[in-house]
Design a protein around this ligand. Structure first.
Ligand code: MTE
Length: 315
């Protein structure tokens, strides 16, 4: 893997190579088309120019008309309430947020609990570049080239104890550094949860980068979760703790509005949010709305985990 220098915090988008130079539209469509249900896509990607491959990575679950959302949109249209509730607030207010040193704790029902410096936490895992669809409950979506490690790898190393059923994630709590935490907008610190099988699923990533570069603060540096078949709010940012448990964890949005946000939060065009439809979405950077896909286009990979469940009740 090519090691790229980190993006300085104050780097402007005009200073980096535009993503269009890495990946032409024709290449993109070819790659996305090949991946629909096919591992064979990987070999086609290997034949592509090295720059494109390394900058963006392998497309997962994409549709032929999906193309990556621009760096500018990915890094300036954000939700990160610890740094303000406006979409452009996090890019502004998280600018000076220091993410080193950073400690990640793995605890609860594991045989090998531990507190790790971020570098040691990441080191044993394979780093991968993967392009995923990203669908927010607010009915907008993006296509994002993330860089990260498989959460399942981390959990396997910690050796889940028999009886562990869920994983709880917690964001840093430090109101001096995260100004939004001085206001009771959500219950702080932000927490999220997954069932253990969802957490072990090979699509579930702990993300450290985007567009082949270090994760910008506004996207959840230095470590955030991405679960591509769930609404974006499951992608908890700036994680300091991963805890295994036998009881379903409380999650920030479910605590704040239980009728609107459930534990599962699987993308589902047939179950509306009580105040708006989830049938369609607006792809950031595009004008027309497109239909939302069941499990955000990842049904083939994940639907079996929910077989027999009433997805209207388990929203
Ligand atoms: N994590 C924390 N700690 N705080 C937040 O406010 N917002 C969530 C999620 N993770 C949030 C968070 C929501 S609502 C969304 S849609 C995604 O982050 C947005 O991720 P993005 O800004 O990288 O697109």
């Amino acid at each position: 893997m090519l090691i790229r220098p980190a993006v300085p915090r104050d780097l402007r988008s005009s200073d980096i190579t535009p993503e269009s130079q890495y990946w032409t539209r024709r290449e993109w469509l070819a790659a996305a088309g090949l991946t629909v249900g096919a591992i064979a896509g990987a070999s086609a990607l290997l034949a592509r120019p090295a720059g494109a491959q390394q900058a963006l990575g392998k497309p997962y679950g994409l549709q032929p008309d999906d193309k990556p959302t621009s760096w500018d949109d990915v890094t300036t249209y954000n939700n990160f309430y610890e740094f303000g509730t406006g979409k452009e607030d996090p890019a502004e207010q998280a600018r000076g947020f220091k993410t080193r040193p950073w400690t990640v704790r793995v605890e609860g029902m594991v045989k090998k609990p531990g507190a790790y410096a971020l570098e040691d936490f990441l080191k044993p895992s394979k780093v991968e570049d993967r392009i995923y669809r990203h669908r927010c409950v607010e009915a907008w979506s993006m296509v994002v080239p993330w860089r990260g490690i498989m959460l399942g790898d981390v959990l396997k190393r910690a050796e889940p104890a028999p009886g562990a059923k869920f994983v709880e994630f917690t964001t840093l709590y430090d109101p001096a550094r995260m100004p939004g935490q001085r206001y009771p907008i959500l219950r702080w610190p932000y927490t999220e949860g997954l069932r253990l099988d969802e957490a072990m699923h090979p699509l579930t990533l702990l993300v450290t980068g985007v567009y082949g570069r270090e994760l910008p603060n506004q996207n959840g540096a230095p470590l955030r979760l991405i679960v591509p078949w769930k609404y974006g709010f499951k992608g908890i940012k700036s994680i300091v703790r991963i805890r295994l448990t036998d009881t379903q964890p409380a999650t920030a949005w479910n605590v704040s509005a239980p009728d609107e946000y459930g534990f599962y939060s699987n993308v589902n065009p047939t179950v509306d949010h009580p105040r708006w439809s989830q049938a369609k979405e607006r792809r950031i950077g595009e004008f027309l709305r497109r239909p939302t896909l069941m499990f955000n286009g990842y049904a083939e990979d994940v639907a079996a985990m929910y077989a027999g469940m009433d997805l209207r009740r388990n929203y």
